[in-house]
Design a protein around this ligand. Sequence first.
Ligand SMILES: *Cc1c(COP(=O)(O)O)cnc(C)c1O
Length: 401
Amino acid sequence: MIPFSPPRIDQKVIDEVTAALQSGWITTGPRTKNFEKRISEYCGCQTTVAVNSWTMGMQVLLHWWGIKAGDEVILPAYTYCASANVIIHAGANPVMVDLNAEDFNINAEKVKAAITAKTKAIIAVDIAGYPCDYDKLYRVIDEKRNLFVASSEQQEQLGRILLISDAAHSFGATMNEKRSGALADISTFSFHAVKNLTTAEGGAICFNLPQPFDHDAIYKHFCTLILHGQSKDALAKTQKGNWRYDVEDPGFKCNMTDLQAAIGLVELDRYQENLDRRKHIFDLYDTAFSVEEWAITPKYKDKHKETCYHLYLLRIKGATEAQRDAIMQEIFDRDVSVNVHFQPLPILTAYKKRGYKIGDYPETWNKYANEISLPVYFDLTDEQVATVIQAVKEGYRAVMG
Ligand SMILES: *Cc1c(COP(=O)(O)O)cnc(C)c1O
């Protein structure tokens, strides 16, 4: 069976994690701090805080931004449930909007129409690793500046809607020669096992706020926010006589451990090799499917933007949801794992119950109904790619032919 997205675990990773274990320091410490610094350098952002997942990083971020009951946060209807769940847990209302026709990303015009005096933030999701149109989103935010009502110190300082990137897929993607992590005010990465760069579970918040935000102060504040609000972390407390700490405000608990950072540092060291391999796999899929009149190949590059080749989102022209499901079954029967990214939020019970209707998001439905995600990962060989292509073509013929 060809798996969908296994992590790349080799001796190098095992050696680094072993070294971390043997160092005597296994929670947040020097490796995590180094990983944060290296992410800031790679992404070109002002500062980075490593956390134990995208989800908790975003939860802390919404708390810091001052999101509260009655607020609205805009996001695409086409995303992973985490993007909406954090908004609900913050007590606010997720306002879902539809996608562009030409790609899988949030539509800036639809965002504009959805902005109200209650809108505090936009979570733009770089689906499959392809960056959203951040220029357009900033323009829309600027056009609606007069509507913004600040209700926290941070909100007053910025004076407009916060643009957050759900960069769970887009580590290494670029726009206007800048990397993901430096494209929005704040970007959150996921280092979950299936993502391009993994730490088993993990995430990072990258800050890129305009003047006069003090990024050193933000970094220090977030280090306490992710550790119960403690004024000192565990490492600082081990210094001689340095046991006493204070808690100014109750915080969360979602710091990254040095065991996770050990994996992340190896991943980051060889990330370009990972991207190159993924790009090669995308090229093979493109060559095979662009000649098939029934295949809609994904857009992942234009003049300004380039994906980090996270997911290859193939669509089958004219296939209904049921036919797509049947094609996927045929592919699985040929020992190839495929997936769907994503089931739109409005078709999931939690959001249906809250009144969201898939009929309100026609582009989202169109993208979802005939989409099949193909395997892409460093260890996938050319021979296996050929097997995947063969299985998809046979699956198509079995159901549609
Ligand atoms: C994976 C993913 C998340 C959640 O990441 P975790 O690290 O598992 O919390 C959020 N958004 C998107 C689009 C994702 O794919």
